[in-house]
Design a protein around this ligand. Structure first.
Ligand SMILES: Cc1cc2nc3c(=O)[nH]c(=O)nc-3n(C[C@H](O)[C@H](O)[C@H](O)COP(=O)(O)OP(=O)(O)OC[C@H]3O[C@@H](n4cnc5c(N)ncnc54)[C@H](O)[C@@H]3O)c2cc1C
Length: 301
């Protein structure tokens, strides 16, 4: 029996869904990416632990993904196992008066709405970021002067041997678009966020304002992974790209958005290679014209 047949049998036994040769273009906001050898969608922590133990025992490469909104997946796909934390793993509950405990597969939208419904303020900045809670913790996602590090208090995870563990805020090593999970290969299972009581009308008004700003400034009508590059020290990627005359520049189906130069978009039929080639063009031109080096925020798979 090969690994994938064994994995399918294990998933059947565990009661979770396992697909072979699953197109990753269906699971990324860029709508780009070839097939993953295996794609599992667990709903329980014990299933994730068993799958990680299996992968370790068989030496199978694996990666955990959420909403795929910060991912660029190769055209040839991923030779290994994708563990997808999504809808099936998205429970959340109030903890005490002002804290929420939420599973990693919940969307930020679900979490923000839950906070709003309970009159809790602090997460409005995340309304409109199209990621999962796990992906947002991993990336220390942020916008409009807010970042996950301002609200996350602790994170519960599994290490690559399938052992449970937890980090408190002071162990999470948060910085701009970075957390400790970039350095250790753990699977984020859930997090506790600390919010405070607020006026629901004010919370909603802030969420509406941030969403309106996104809709007016970002090319949300095209598939993308958001801002392709990190903000360099002393500058803004989108302004530097625009200043370098790159607005609207294309490679194949990949294009520098006309609406927001920080977004490389899939303008129709883009391949991963198109995006990678366009990233190189942008980095080289910006370096030549402004002296700034742009580093990718989007992660390769
Ligand atoms: C239109 C648009 C607008 C965006 N705006 C913003 C913005 O304002 N601010 C911002 O910060 N980002 C923004 N993004 C980028 C993206 O939404 C965030 O980075 C988000 O946090 C990624 O979450 P995800 O679930 O999609 O992660 P994925 O893309 O699925 O994964 C990203 C990384 O996180 C890791 N990961 C995911 N889940 C887990 C887990 N449970 N355990 C361990 N590792 C995990 C993956 O392995 C991968 O390395 C935007 C993207 C789009 C498409």
């Amino acid at each position: 029996m090969n690994h994938w047949k064994e994995l399918s049998a294990l998933c059947r036994q565990l009661g979770c869904c396992c697909k072979c040769d699953e197109p990753m273009s269906l699971h990324t906001s860029f709508q780009i990416g070839g097939p993953a050898d295996a794609f599992v969608d667990p709903s329980q922590e014990s299933q994730i632990a068993a799958i990680l133990q299996f992968a370790k025992q068989k030496g199978i490469p694996w990666r955990v993904v959420g909403k795929g909104s910060n991912l660029l997946v190769n055209d040839a796909g991923y030779r290994g196992l994708i563990i997808h934390l999504g809808e099936a793993f998205s429970a959340m509950a109030l903890k005490g008066d002002t804290m929420i405990e939420v599973q990693a597969g919940a969307s930020l939208a679900q979490l923000c709405w839950f906070a709003y419904e309970h009159g809790l303020t602090g997460l409005e900045f995340a309304w409109g970021i199209p990621g999962s809670v796990g992906g947002a913790v991993y990336m220390n996602a942020g916008a409009y002067q807010g970042e996950m590090q301002q609200v996350v208090r602790s994170v519960h995870h599994l290490d690559c041997n399938g052992r449970f563990g937890e980090y408190e805020l002071d162990e999470l090593d948060f910085s701009y678009r970075h957390s400790i999970y970039h350095d250790v290969k753990h699977t984020i299972l859930s997090t506790v966020v600390q919010l405070s009581h607020g006026d629901p009308e004010e919370i909603k008004a802030k969420m509406d304002d941030y969403m309106a700003r996104r809709k007016s400034k970002q090319p949300l009508e095209y598939p993308s992974a958001g801002s392709t590059f990190k903000r360099p020290q002393g500058g803004y990627a989108s302004a530097l790209i625009e200043q370098s005359g790159l607005k609207g520049v294309r490679v194949g189906g990949a294009m520098v958005s006309q609406k927001h130069s920080g977004f490389l978009i899939n303008a129709g039929g883009a391949t991963c290679q198109d995006v990678l080639d366009l990233i190189k063009v942008v980095q080289k031109t910006v370096q030549e014209k402004t002296g700034f080096q742009l580093e990718c925020e989007v992660e390769r798979l």
